[in-house]
Design a protein around this ligand. Structure first.
Ligand code: GDP
Length: 486
């Protein structure tokens, strides 16, 4: 389903320019004839305080995520949210993870020691019964986007930590871009409110500039002032996560063979390959025949985040698994097979496939380049042109964004996933790779490692010093006029 900006404006009884402006500030440059997909249209409408009725068809479609099959829809059960903590360095991500772990996990448990397996869960007593939240243990959007660059989607909700005495900083903005690009809802934790210099309202003001408007100011972003040191309002934050998870309608079918994602893995001298798996659908059992890419194994033992041996693991929970024949890469999907022979064959086939695709990649790269996008446009196959913009100063970025908005976009729509000042980093490359975007640098340089990373992931980085040249190339690509051979 889709709707044009024009029709949407009519139905919302709102001037078209207001809608175009709202989209523009989300990094989506449009014009009145442009069609919007339903989630985008809905987002716009809701921003203007207009309630959107969701038809049955759409909500069904939403449930069929990558991890759910059509058959699972018959037997869906609520599952806990999987949460990642992001934010600027030193704003308190680790402290918050540690506080929650200690306060919510250690209490009431003999020994009170949690294992660091890459994820842990907390139990919360609610009126409606016991509920859980699962936290991924590696904070930061770098880890989040590195996973996504490999095609994994594991996070249901992102906590954005912003220190109340420091405000919105470059990595805060990056984290927002990354969460938005992944379509993951954001809950803001305004941290360090125990400090005298804390200015939570200033933080809210700053976040508004990045389209996160607090609920109390008429927006739809939940913001909770907390202290990771004293623990103040951390309970409220957890409650809010449950609330968002309810809205997100998180479900899985526990009565089937498990599938999910490898969170991390390493080789242990004594125990052999050890992998932390996040079960995203089905139930994982000891004895299951499991395949993760080219890696195969029979689950010999499972150890949960409390260090206990367990026999089975339900959706949204992470568990350390022993019994694999090799160390699978983080971000790889895993799947359980009913038949061990079949599982082994699948892993072997995958190993051959991987060798071939590595070869293919080395020979003719499947890079997303501005030139290849141009070739696609010429075929009429290009609908969207995703860009990551890095520039010398905010001023030039704004000028570029304003000019991009002027380009005709009837055929191809420009999506600016991120526009930020600074050099081009490996994390930018990951974001581009995860979103099939081209990186556009304007009077900026590459951070160490960015070039190698771009070459490895097949990301096109274009450098410009003159705005009109930049615009000319982008317009050329949209019209299919760039030389595809370059
Ligand atoms: P990260 O880099 O985002 O993981 O930040 P850390 O968790 O390492 O915290 C950075 C510093 O801020 C540490 O010295 C923490 O003790 C301190 N810190 C974190 N949260 C709070 C808080 O709520 N209040 C105060 N006063 N200090 C905090």
């Amino acid at each position: 389903g889709s709707i044009t900006v024009n029709d949407l404006a009519d139905r919302m009884a709102t001037p078209q320019t207001e809608i175009i402006k709202s989209l523009f500030f989300k990094g989506i440059a449009t014009n009145v004839n442009q069609t919007l997909d339903l989630p985008t249209a809905k987002m716009v409408a809701e921003e203007f305080g207009i309630e959107v009725e969701t038809t049955e068809e759409e909500s069904e479609a939403r449930k069929v995520t990558e991890m759910l099959d059509e058959a699972d829809l018959e037997n869906l059960h609520q599952r806990p949210p999987v949460v990642t903590i992001m934010g600027h360095v030193d704003h308190g991500k680790t402290s918050l993870l540690d506080y929650i772990r200690q306060a919510k996990v250690a209490q009431g448990e003999a020994g009170g020691i949690t294992q660091h397996i890459g994820a842990y869960h907390v139990d919360l007593e609610q009126e409606s019964g016991s509920r859980q939240i699962v936290f991924l243990d590696t904070p930061g959007h770098e880890a989040f986007t590195a996973m996504r660059a490999r095609g994994a989607r594991v996070t249901d909700i992102a906590i954005l930590v912003v220190a109340a005495d420091d405000g919105v900083r470059p990595q805060t903005i990056e984290a927002i871009s990354h969460a938005k690009a992944a379509g993951v809802p954001i809950v803001v934790a305004i941290n360090k409110i125990d400090k005298e210099t804390a200015q939570p309202d200033r933080v809210k003001q700053e976040l508004m500039e990045h389209n996160l408007v607090p609920e109390e100011w008429g927006g739809d972003t939940i913001m909770v002032p907390v202290s990771a040191i004293t623990g103040e309002s951390v309970d409220t934050l957890l409650e809010m996560l449950l609330l968002v998870s309810e809205v997100e309608d998180l479900h899985a079918n526990p009565d089937r063979l498990a599938r999910g994602t490898v969170i991390e893995a390493h080789l242990d001298k004594a125990r052999g390959p050890v992998a932390t798996l996040l079960v995203q659908n089905g139930t994982l059992n000891v004895g299951d025949a499991i395949v993760a890419g080219a890696v195969f194994g029979k689950v010999r033992a499972m150890i949960d985040d409390r260090g206990d041996r367990v026999e089975s693991t339900l959706p949204s929970f992470a568990v350390e698994v022993l019994g694999l024949n090799d160390v699978p890469p983080a971000g790889e999907e895993f799947e359980v097979y009913a038949d061990e022979k079949e599982a082994r064959a699948a892993a072997d086939a995958r190993a051959v496939e991987q060798r071939q695709s590595r070869l293919q990649q080395a020979m003719a790269s499947r890079r997303v380049t501005l030139n290849s996008l141009s070739a696609k446009a010429q075929e009429g196959d290009l609908k969207e042109l995703n860009l990551v913009l890095k520039g010398d100063v905010q001023g030039s970025l704004e000028a570029i964004l304003a000019s991009l908005q002027q380009l005709p976009q009837d055929e191809v729509q420009i999506r600016v996933l991120m526009a930020a000042p600074g050099e081009i980093t490996e994390t930018d490359v990951d974001l581009a790779a995860a979103s099939s975007a081209v990186i556009i640098g304007f009077n900026t340089t590459l951070a160490p490692g960015a070039r190698q990373s771009a070459d490895r992931l097949g990301v096109d980085i274009r450098d410009y010093e003159i705005i009109y040249k930049l615009l000319e190339d982008i317009e050329g690509a949209m019209e299919g006029l760039l030389d595809p051979e370059q």
